[in-house]
Ligand binder design. Sequence first.
Ligand SMILES: Nc1ncnc2c1ncn2[C@@H]1O[C@H](COP(=O)(O)OP(=O)(O)OP(=O)(O)O)[C@@H](O)[C@H]1O
Length: 610
Amino acid sequence: MPRPKSTVSLDEVHWGALKTLFPYLLEFRRAVALALLCLIGAKVAGVTLPFILKHIVDDLDNVGGLAQAVALPLGLLLAYGAVRFSSTLFGELRDTIFGRVTERAQRRVGLEVFQHLHKLDLDFHLDRRTGGLSRDIERGNSGIGFLMRFMVFNIVPTLVEIAMVAGLLWWNYSGVFALVVVSAVVVYISFSVVATEWRTRFVRALNEAESQASSRAVDSLLNYETVKYFANERHESSHYDRELAVWERARRKNRLSLFSLNTGQALIIAIAMCAAMVLAAMGVVKGKMTIGDFVLVNAFMMQIFIPLNFLGFVYREMKGALANIEKMFSLLTVKPAVADTPGAPSLQVREGRIDFEAVQFGYNDSREILSQVSFSVLPRQKVAIVGASGAGKSTLFKLLFRFYDASGGAIRIDGQDIRSISQESLRRAIGVVPQDAVLFNQSIRENVRYGRVDATDEEVMAAIRHAQLADFVEQLPQGVDTLVGERGLKLSGGEKQRVAIARALLKKPPIMIFDEATSSLDSRSERGIVASLQEIAREQTTLVIAHRLSTVVDADKILVMDQGRIVEQGSHGQLLEQDSHYAMLWRMQQQERTPVMGEESPEAPQFVGP
Ligand SMILES: Nc1ncnc2c1ncn2[C@@H]1O[C@H](COP(=O)(O)OP(=O)(O)OP(=O)(O)O)[C@@H](O)[C@H]1O
């Protein structure tokens, strides 16, 4: 199956974008051939029309005083109607048949961009602005439809039609007519190309302004709650209005430039039409041409200048469409920073052992976040990571999950360097309950099922029970079918976390990561979940980040992190005995601990960091 070129450099993209569309034309060659036949039919009918008209006019001119109803060139008139209708019919058939080709191309390219976006690394997605991105894709996609339709059915056929008309005028009358037509066309096209090039910058500026305004609006609406917390509606509106003002200015400049282009084109056409008509009128006066010939010349001029005018529009729009496609395809040129090596094998999880070996990492060159981090997690062990905010705990998980690659050292699972295996197999083997669970705007059931999309309803319900979510779900009028709202905002923080836990439990991976997964829960729910998790964790290797030290006292090993280094490790008892960093944190948490409403026992201290 032909595939469009997937990476196009920005410099070559202008015309390179056209090349990417050829495979689709080839794939649907029968539909394209049929549509081309319809096109030829429509053009032949179009060129025949002025000749029929000429004969009708000449016949009428010669009727004299006879009874006109009898002498009417009825056959010619009927033929005129039939040819006109068939010209339109062929045009419609052509569009209908070719529509399939363009729609399929749009679907394929849309899918390719979507898949590529999912392949890109976390950094790209953290930097992107969703509103602008979706507009770029939307515009690029409709640009493809436009370009394919007009490239095949407008530009080349119009030029052929013009050549045919010029030839016919030359053949039937004189070379001067052909000269007028050809010169007008050359001037018209040259003017259109130069003026359109000049306008491109206005079109680009307008697109840019539209994307900016749209990004701003989407970002603001996504942060609806934050805007309200700070009563910043006016601030948001004024920012948005500033973007809209830029858009307004860009639009005005764009319109003015379009005015100049349209006016120039109309002037060239008017001069050419006038010249041809004057020539024809002189021919009639001199008796070299009939009135029918005069009408024919007029009809031909109209016939070529209408599509020529359209050609100007097409060229203009084509430039816009190319700019849009260029922007969309430029997304495909973004290379993911984390990529599989060609033919990377799948991860084989035999026991679930994890080794970090002298791992080094920084999100950028200027700041090191992890330095020389080494530790091992034995199969089915529970290892906890504790430390101050910003110490690099979540970063460890992001590296294990290969959102980023370490700049030094290695991470191995059962002896396999995670850089040498496929990302998909790695991620299948690891379940994550993140710090901030984000849900799809679907039902609770579907959100939980996302953990394993082929899970049965019974399995989903079992996961919901294990995550202590069943009581809550029962209270809801629509139960598990309740919609959770955008990003899950209709659920409380704790409920959202429990949905995320249920989802991860359903996945049943050999390795499980909990990144402060119970931080939004009250102590009673937390204890319930921790008990469930402990039961399940016996089968799995588990890594836990916790601020509440009481939730990890049972861990096989606790790693204490500070400023990107592991400063201590051991069991809860061993670390207390060492009486160092961890022991100090433990004591601090116990001292600072104040009873929390609704808790029965005040045994759980809060981790506040050194
Ligand atoms: N995408 C990113 N780009 C640049 N810096 C980042 C990025 N993500 C995290 N950081 C920085 O890396 C450092 C470590 O972050 P990390 O999330 O690992 O800390 P943490 O120990 O999990 O903190 P917390 O307990 O508050 O969640 C922080 O200083 C943070 O600002």
